[in-house]
Design a protein around this ligand. Structure first.
Ligand code: AMP
Length: 399
């Protein structure tokens, strides 16, 4: 599938048309019920403003949390409508339902350039089942469909896949286009050297990414909890560190594969180990594969941080997915921070997969130094695995 060949909002005439836009308004709330981080809403503004400026009748939809297929005010999108009204400088009309009387009558009465937000699509259990009848009802609200929700692109639900069966035109919005452009170009057409940095907890959850990237990268860096399985496979001792015994063979084969393909595989040479899984634990730095009993590796060590940072300096493209250690605990965030800093300082194109790596980069204050931080954790991981994303595949190709 050619990801870069999808029709966008700019390829169609939207004036006077009813346009259903799938956004990702799945934002976090604080204890008082206020939106605590509106980043996802802000990311959707470019597409919404374009449609408003081009006199479309805009009908927005999204999921929020996990209401389990039932109406639940706790998961209402009403606070999002309020936020959007301020951000757009015009009223966003909040419907009381998803495909009911309220959603339909507001949609029917929209004037050109006006905006409606229908309720949480997950108030209907049919949404996540990609139920055709529900998809048809959603589609009946509009003439054109725009998907701008990269965060759910790896799922085939009604509001991002099923709905496209019942509209004549299905295109992608600016955010979706940006995600597939950056991730697609980085993975399939990278400026070289291309360095991929993989971390996180388990080898098992990153196997497909490793398998896909090993054919594309010049340098593959493996850190985080998954590196201990590689250390053990090489005959080392890893104490109480994260270890997947079932993947020792895989780790050895992967090393051979990298060597056969001429890919430089970089693994930790030292680790910060702790005598408990706690920020206040006693720590020491030991060579990789020499972790004493009673100690567990919770971060890469300073030599490794330097080794990885030096590799980043040689790169023209860097893709990063997964932290180098337990970055949630400040004493074990140094390795992740060193990698984030190296990415921040390079002129290379730097792409951060969503989820934990995106959170780490933002928490550590390097967010604005990256070329692109993906808004989709699961979606960016599946993209890096080389899988087709149903939410993207469902959009029309350019003529
Ligand atoms: P993942 O979801 O697989 O990308 O893993 C992210 C999680 O891996 C984060 O919550 C990290 O705290 C955790 N992690 C990274 N390195 C280690 C480690 N050495 N030991 C235990 N957990 C780790």
């Amino acid at each position: 599938m050619n990801y870069l060949n999808k029709k966008t909002v700019e390829d169609i005439d939207v004036k006077g048309k009813k346009v259903l836009v799938r956004c990702d308004f799945n934002v976090p709330f604080d204890a008082e019920g206020n939106i605590s981080d509106p980043k996802r809403i802000n990311e959707a503004l470019k597409t919404i403003k374009y449609l408003v400026d081009h006199q479309a009748k805009v009908i927005l939809c999204s999921h929020l949390g996990r209401p389990k297929g039932e109406f639940n005010m706790k998961y209402s999108l009403a606070p999002v409508a309020e936020y959007l009204s301020k951000a757009l400088g015009q009223e966003v009309k909040m419907a009381k339902d998803v495909i009911g009387e309220s959603a339909k009558s507001i949609a029917a009465s929209l004037k050109d350039g006006e905006v409606e937000l229908i309720e949480n699509v997950r108030f209907h259990k049919e949404e996540e089942k990609n139920d055709p009848a529900f998809a048809k009802e959603l589609a009946s609200l509009a003439e054109i469909y725009v998907n701008d929700a990269f965060g759910t692109a790896h799922r085939a639900h009604c509001s991002n896949v099923g709905v496209t069966q019942y509209v004549d035109t299905a295109v992608v919005g600016y955010l979706m286009q940006k995600e597939i452009d950056f991730l697609g170009n980085a993975v399939n057409n990278p400026a070289r050297p291309f360095v991929a940095i993989l971390g996180g907890s388990k080898v098992s959850s990153k196997i497909s990414v490793i398998d896909n990237l090993i054919d594309k990268v010049d340098v593959l860096i493996i850190g985080g909890g998954m590196a201990y399985t590689f250390a053990k496979a090489a005959g080392g001792t890893v104490g109480d560190s994260l270890l997947e015994m079932d993947y020792l063979d895989y780790a050895n084969k992967m090393k051979e594969k990298a060597a056969a393909k001429g890919v430089k595989l970089l693994l930790p040479v030292d680790n910060v180990v702790a005598d408990a899984f706690s920020n206040d634990a006693n720590t020491q730095v030991v060579p990789a594969g020499q972790i004493p009993d009673g100690w567990e590796g919770l971060d890469i060590g300073p030599e490794t941080a330097k080794l990885f940072a030096d590799a980043v300096k040689t790169a023209k493209t860097v893709v990063w997915n997964g932290p180098m250690g337990c970055f949630e605990m400040p004493n074990f965030a140094h390795g992740t921070e060193a990698v984030a800093k190296a990415l921040a300082e390079t002129d290379a194109t730097t792409i951060i997969g969503g989820g934990d790596s995106a959170a780490a980069v933002n928490i550590l204050g390097y967010g604005d130094k990256m070329t692109h931080i993906s808004t989709g954790g699961g979606a960016s991981l599946e993209f890096l695995e080389g899988k087709e994303l149903p939410g993207v595949a469902a959009a029309n190709d350019k003529d």
